[in-house]
Design a protein around this ligand. Structure first.
Ligand code: SER
Length: 340
């Protein structure tokens, strides 16, 4: 079998994978292989060289891919999100932590076999933070990457630990071995805010109230928002998330002063999102029905993040602020989608 340089995307059928595949496929020189528990959406299937239906925890499957391909970039998207993980914490640990460990080992072996560092793009999250109280959340404002690293959710703990694991593989792997074995994995991590896509709806997250509100209104369905109107966390439109993945993964190593980067685009309150949605869909029925437990999770996430390192090191600049995200991307795309 000829070895071909490829990008390998896990969890490729999810929200981020959807946008990422469409964008990556515009580059004819890049081969994409994907892995997901489910078959790929029929629109995406022709865009990838090979799609494997299976689990990141299937060692035989990873071994086969290891032997067949020369992989330069891994975008490891497979995960259980925060709400889902609270219902099944053991499964969350298996998928989010053991799965990531398996992929880091995979990357290490790839790097050892072809001799070049494998860029490992890891999506972390605002869930890696844990603010102790709403009062402190308000006074903390924009939090920096190294502050408030006390997540309260299983998902947040998993993400924070896997950030550490990635750093271990890239900088300290087998540090007592006679011959240096590190620097085969070039670990780069983005801490995403809540993401809002016009073409897919998330499942199992706790920032889901924003996209759910919008997609429900666009379909003429009533929606009860599960957090208080004044709840505020950072968000980003999906195209900016995709651009960030591509920019960070292609940045030169020398530009990067840190392994983990915050990124954010806007941070409206739930009420501000409701108002924009109501303006665009005047007949929509959106009210608030508090779920105190899910509220507690969102209250532990920062109201904004300091993304100045991403801006300085690799030129992160979101294209969509709140207004543009809704008026130029979300609303027109969603209206087109549900009109079909
Ligand atoms: N959007 C994710 C969630 O709500 C946070 O990364 O779980």
């Amino acid at each position: 079998m000829t070895r071909k340089p490829v990008v390998f995307i896990t969890g490729a059928g999810g929200e981020i994978g959807h946008g990422l595949i469409s964008t990556l496929a515009q580059d004819p020189d890049r081969a994409i292989i994907t892995l997901d528990l489910n078959p790929l959406h029929p629109e995406l299937r022709p865009l990838v060289r090979r799609h494997v239906v299976g689990s990141i925890l299937d060692a035989n499957l990873l071994e086969t891919l290891q032997a067949e391909y020369e992989i330069d970039l891994i975008v490891h998207l497979a995960a259980l999100l925060s709400t889902r993980s609270e219902f099944t914490p053991k499964a969350a640990h298996r998928i989010n932590v053991e799965g990531t460990m398996a992929l880091l080992e995979f990357a290490q072996e790839q790097g050892e076999s072809h001799g070049r560092p494998v860029v490992f793009l890891y999506p972390s999250s605002i869930a890696a933070y844990g603010l102790p109280s709403v009062a402190e959340k308000t006074t903390a404002g924009k939090v920096r990457e190294d502050d408030y690293s006390w997540p309260t959710t299983m998902y947040g703990c998993n993400k924070l630990y896997c950030e550490m694991l990635g750093i271990y593989y890239s900088r300290h792997y087998r540090q007592l071995a006679a011959e240096a074995a590190h620097r085969k994995v070039d670990f780069r991590c983005l801490r995403f805010p809540g993401l809002i896509s016009a073409v897919t709806v998330p499942s199992g997250g706790t920032s889901d109230y924003a996209p759910e509100m919008l997609h429900a209104a666009a379909q003429g369905k009533p929606y009860a928002c599960f957090v208080r109107p004044d709840t505020r966390i950072p968000f980003m439109a999906m195209p900016d998330a995709i651009t960030a993945i591509l920019s960070l993964s292609s940045a030169s190593r020398e530009q990067l002063t840190r392994p983990v980067y915050n990124i954010s685009a806007f941070n409206p309150s739930a009420e501000e999102i409701r108002q924009i949605v109501m303006q665009e869909f005047p007949g929509a029925v959106v009210d608030f029905k508090l779920d105190a437990k899910r509220q507690g999770i969102v209250d532990s996430w920062p109201e904004d993040v300091d993304d100045s390192a991403a801006r300085a090191d690799w030129g992160f600049r979101p294209k969509y602020d709140l207004n543009r995200a809704f008026r130029e991307y979300l609303i027109p795309t969603i209206k087109g989608r549900y009109a079909q």
